[in-house]
Structure formats: structure tokens, C-alpha cells
Design a protein around this ligand. Structure first.
Ligand SMILES: [Zn+2]
Length: 242
């Protein structure tokens, strides 16, 4: 791990470090590698420190030695160790104390869906883990390097799990690395299926008028159970190792 000035005061839980390395591997295996852009960060417990990765590396290149600790002032961004765009992560962590991890990536099919002007719609069962939890941001503010833009993302995200950034990519949040990464993987999969459906004809998702709300709610609750998220995470981790 690369350590910035404040890092020696912090103890990084070993499980968090392991989750970060696994999370990067899962995102790379899922096709969310974004070249030199894109981030996975985790808040270190309830502190004002976060873990990110060395600026310039793709997700698939991140091992333990490329995971970096920085505090909310992002001093490590000024020296080029971490991306200055982590400023929007800081803004989101400040706005949502329940958020423990954030994924930001640029999968082509997510961008393609957003570029059609269509809104995200769950089209397969597992995507009900995101039922009513996807918001959209259609604005554009240039390359984000400040907390001000981050605060705007946080406001658009509200209490949801995913923000689809038109012509840009996705932001997925969760209470842990596992939750944020699983949400981004399922979201990505749904975008691929939704796009295929759009090419084939009219998209028909879960119709609120025909399906009882408690069926959707119970699916949402099941898919967000901690045990189910952990099972999904372990399966994704095994897949990423092959
Ligand atoms: Zn981006």
C-alpha cells in the first residue's frame, strides 16, 4: 500500500484491504475497466479517510501495493498519487454517512443506454435489487475535480444506490465494498439486457400495474439481504480469479 502523510496514523482493517483488491478484480472481470479513469473507494470505518488506487492504473492492474490511503482533504491528489476526481467521492461520503464504498466506472453498454435517452428499467429478476434505486443525471460539468460537482451528484443520487451519468458512466454506492460492487455489476448486466431488448422491440419490464407491489418489494428485500449479497460477492470473486 502507498501511504500519504496522514496514513501512518491510521490502521487499515486487513479485511478492507482484501475487499478492495477483490473489488478491483471483479470490476475488471466484469468489463468495467476504464483505462486510467474510474475508481473504487472505501471509507475507512467511520473516519475521514478513504482507500482508493494509484492514479493511472486500470482496475485490472490494482494489487495491494497500488491501494492508497488518503484523507478527505485529498493531499495525495495534489502530488498525483490518487485521482483529483476523488473529490466527488468525498462529497458523497460527507452527504451520506451510510455510504461505505463507491464505484465509478464507464462501461460502454451503460454509456450506450444513457445515450439513447432511455431511463434504466429493471428487466431481469436480479436487477430488482435496484428497484427504485437508480437515479439519472443528464447534466455535464466537465472533468470533475471538485467537491462542488460531487455535492451535485450526491443531491441527484438522494437515497438511491446508482446514479446513471448520461454520456459518462455510472456511480454505485453501498454500505460496503461488497454492496457497491455487486450493485454496479447487476446494473451493468441490466443495461446490456435492456439495450438488447430495445434493439429487438418494445421493452417490457416489471409492470407496476400488473404485478403486486409486495411481490416486487419482497424480491427487493431478498436480493438485498446481507447473506445474498455476500453469496453473490463470493461467486463474483471466484469468477474473477479464473
Ligand atoms: Zn468518470
Amino acid at each position: 500500500m502507498q501511504l500519504g502523510a496522514p496514513a501512518d496514523k491510521m490502521k487499515i482493517p486487513p479485511t478492507l484491504m482484501e475487499d478492495m483488491v477483490t473489488g478491483f478484480a471483479i470490476l475488471a472481470a466484469d468489463g468495467q475497466d476504464s483505462g486510467i479513469a474510474g475508481h473504487l473507494t472505501a471509507r475507512v470505518e467511520e473516519s475521514e479517510y478513504l482507500l482508493g488506487h494509484r492514479y493511472g492504473l486500470a482496475f485490472g492492474e490494482v494489487g495491494e501495493d497500488a491501494v492508497c490511503l488518503t484523507d478527505f482533504s485529498l493531499a495525495e491528489a495534489k502530488t498525483g498519487i490518487v485521482s483529483p476526481s476523488l473529490a466527488f467521492h468525498v462529497a458523497m461520503y460527507k452527504a451520506r454517512p451510510d455510504i461505505g464504498a463507491i464505484v465509478h466506472s464507464h462501461p460502454e453498454k451503460v454509456i450506450a443506454l444513457g445515450a439513447t435517452g432511455a431511463k434504466f428499467e429493471p428487466v431481469f429478476q436480479s436487477a430488482l435489487m435496484l428497484w427504485n434505486d437508480v437515479h439519472h443525471y443528464d447534466g455535464y460539468d466537465g472533468i470533475v475535480e471538485g467537491e462542488k460537482e460531487g455535492a451535485k451528484f450526491a443531491q441527484k443520487l438522494g437515497n438511491a444506490k446508482i446514479l446513471l451519468l448520461k454520456n459518462h458512466g455510472l456511480i454505485a454506492v453501498g454500505k460496503s465494498v461488497q454492496h457497491a460492487v455487486c450493485a454496479s455489476v447487476i446494473f451493468h448486466q441490466n443495461c446490456r439486457i435492456q439495450l438488447d431488448s430495445m434493439k429487438a422491440g418494445k421493452v417490457s419490464g416489471f409492470d407496476n400495474k400488473k404485478i403486486k407491489a409486495d411481490a416486487l418489494q419482497s424480491a427487493y428485500e431478498f436480493l438485498n439481504r446481507e447473506s445474498v449479497i455476500q453469496m453473490r460477492w463470493r461467486q463474483l470473486a471466484r469468477g474473477a480469479r479464473h
